[in-house]
Design a binder for this molecule. Sequence first.
Ligand code: FPP
Length: 233
Amino acid sequence: MSAIPQHIAIIMDGNGRWAKQKGILRAKGHEEGGQTVQRTLDLCLEHGVKWLTLYAFSTENWGRSKLEVNALMHLLDKYLKERTPEMMEKNVRLHAIGELHMLPDNCREQLQASIDATKENTGLNLVLALSYGSRQEITAAMRNLAEQVQSGTLAPQDITPEMISDNLYTAGMPDPDLLIRTSGEMRISNYLLWQISYAELYVTDVLWPDFGREEFEAALAEYARRERRYGKR
Ligand code: FPP
């Protein structure tokens, strides 16, 4: 096992509480969270982490106020417009997972443009989970496989865990080695349920806008300290 995780997945939580503590709008907390995204990307580059998957918008997040949803979509669009040239400079390849058809047209188009622009990059892979829900992802995978069974091209007894992996949005991506959640909640929140089977979990009380080098390196140190046995002795 390498001391550096190949793939880090993050539940970026606490933007709202951070804003509340400061007596400012929730949207400002998300804006600050966007700065943390860039800082974290740079830390991954510095430490040689190859994959970073960020929970940027969950299927449940559509239930927030229209104002907040619009602010988050605007922020995503702005982030992609402003940061794609930097991704090119830093050899970062962008991917997205989730029900992307749910995104507003301008965001979806900008997202696709950024994915296309960075597709030959070979450094770090940045995966944005957008309108993402793990149960929805697994349901879609099951439907794909069920259709193959129904059409007679697949026998139920031939279904393997690898085939299930290959039918998820994350097909072809390595599973996360380390899952970080900020703001202290001990929950997975419908995030990468299948993919985190063997991931190490690291929960910090630090709110996402305050997440920086110190916490990132503490998470890496904790990861390196743990011995992963995959259930074996
Ligand atoms: C959780 O904080 C965070 C989100 C719902 C959105 C995450 C989005 C960002 C970090 C913004 C930018 C992302 C990109 C990719 C540009 P919360 O609002 O649930 O916080 P709370 O639990 O304290 O209310």
